[in-house]
Ligand binder design. Sequence first.
Ligand SMILES: [Zn+2]
Length: 87
Amino acid sequence: MTILHNRIRCKKCGDVIESKHRHDFVWCSCKSVFVDGGREYIRGGWPGGEYTDWVEELHEFQEDPKPENLSPPCEFYDPTDNGNQGS
Ligand SMILES: [Zn+2]
């Protein structure tokens, strides 16, 4: 599977963010969601709850291997865990 575009839209601020390189770690402007991994792998995060509440997936692949039961290729991060995200 080849990743053509590793990008998502943040449903909170509406930003479309795309990771273009392996270490291209990109936040949306409201710092709710991120993508990383470029065309090497897909990694992303959201603050918790349902992935689909935060993220609209805009990934594009060369093939379309996406079965219905594929879980989101992302992981939770805990914004309270790194201590520097005062609200
Ligand atoms: Zn946002």
